[in-house]
Write a protein that binds this ligand. Structure first.
Ligand code: KG4
Ligand code: ZN
Length: 344
């Protein structure tokens, strides 16, 4: 089965073609970073309009790359939510229209399920059950995952997400958007321990996160003045270390609490090198293994949506697959709890 995946939930237009027999056949991505950079964050209306411009050419590019005609598609999957309502509507509209025109099933996919399952596309895929750490621009969640759609929330953020903490700290440091990669780059020239930043909720028993105090502490240090470029690099290193330390401690606590020995990390922040290295070492110490998505699949992309769509369609009852109609209809869900998904 060949499934076309469409991702338009935020500031990346991602399209990919996944084949259940041959794996990922092709993918293409357009990042809107340059479009939003001067505003210091994503402008929803600009995002939607750019998705409209980019999506169909990217679909053509992906089909051409794979040498597959539109008539060769067996299903269409798109991101149904969570995300920006207008941006989601572009992908859902095009996806549902293609399914209707081609007479194939269409399916709306939960963006976080896409992220969560993306490590299964790697050469060394994890097996169920595992603990998942989902770290993106909008979410920071620990989940106990026992199968597809079997997600139990263990911990969530009470305020800012980890990616948001990177982005807001970067803005305070005068760095561009998105902030995570820029903080990580500046941090390589800095030294941890030269500035004091809190590690919010590090020693609490709960698996909840809170990152807004970190942003306030960074704002205070910036307001007091950073002497030179090396002081800025030291602060970037401290921000990165603080966020990573909390993510690692809570992930290890979640493994201990669930008595599982496998951790899967996904979402944009899973690209962070310090997080990868520190988690790998901590998991080795705890006798657990850790899986990350391929670097190209950490941030938003069409491949994870095509893949999640293929898995769900493969397990769907045949009469739940009306040809040319979307399962669940043509809807978008800007807010959508991951635990509400049906198990398969
Ligand atoms: O998953 P994603 O691409 O989009 C959302 O679904 O939100 O995640 C984007 C987030 C941004 O906050 C970005 O700053 C962060 O991931 N990010 C990073 C790195 N690369 C992306 N954070 C830290 N280090 C990185 N290397
Ligand atoms: Zn994402």
């Amino acid at each position: 089965m060949k499934v076309l995946g469409i991702e338009t939930s935020c500031d990346e237009t991602g399209v990919a073609l996944y084949c259940t027999e041959r794996g990922l056949l092709s993918q293409a991505l357009h990042s809107q970073v340059e479009l939003h950079e001067r505003y210091g964050g994503v402008v929803p209306e600009l995002a939607s309009r750019d998705h409209v411009r980019r999506l169909l050419p990217l679909v053509e590019e992906v089909l051409a790359q794979a040498g597959v005609a539109r008539s060769g598609l067996d299903a269409i999957a798109w991101t149904e939510g969570p995300g920006l309502a207008g941006a989601l509507l572009v992908g859902a509209g095009v996806g549902a229209a293609m399914a209707f025109a081609l007479g194939v099933p269409g399916i709306g996919i939960h963006h976080l399920e896409g992220h969560l399952l993306s490590p299964l596309l790697s050469s060394d895929p994890p097996t169920f059950p595992f603990v998942a750490l989902l770290v993106s621009g909008g979410h920071t969640q620990l989940m106990e995952v026992t199968g597809i759609g079997r997600y139990r929330l263990l911990g969530d953020t009470l305020d800012d997400a980890a990616g948001e903490a990177f982005d807001k700290s970067a803005k305070l440091l005068g760095l561009g958007y998105p902030g995570g990669p820029q903080i990580a780059r500046l941090a390589t020239d800095g030294t941890v321990g030269r500035h004091a930043l809190p590690r919010p909720m590090l020693h609490s028993d709960s698996l909840e996160f809170s990152f807004s105090g970190l942003k306030t502490a960074v704002a205070t240090l910036v307001r007091r003045g950073l002497d030179d470029e090396s002081a800025r690099a030291d602060l970037a290193a401290e921000v990165e270390a603080a966020i990573v330390e909390v993510l690692v401690a809570k992930s290890i606590a979640a493994l201990r609490r669930t008595q599982l020995r496998r951790l899967v990390v996904a979402g944009g922040v899973s690209a962070n090198r310090r997080l990868r290295e520190t988690l790998s070492a901590a998991c080795a110490d705890a006798g657990a293994c850790v899986h990350f998505p391929e670097p190209a699949l950490c941030s938003d992309n069409g491949a994870m949506i095509a893949f999640a769509g293929a898995l769900r369609l493969q397990h769907a009852e045949p009469d739940a697959l009306p040809r040319g109609r979307a399962i669940g209809g043509f809807v978008v869900q800007p807010r959508w709890p991951l635990e509400s998904l049906p198990a398969i």
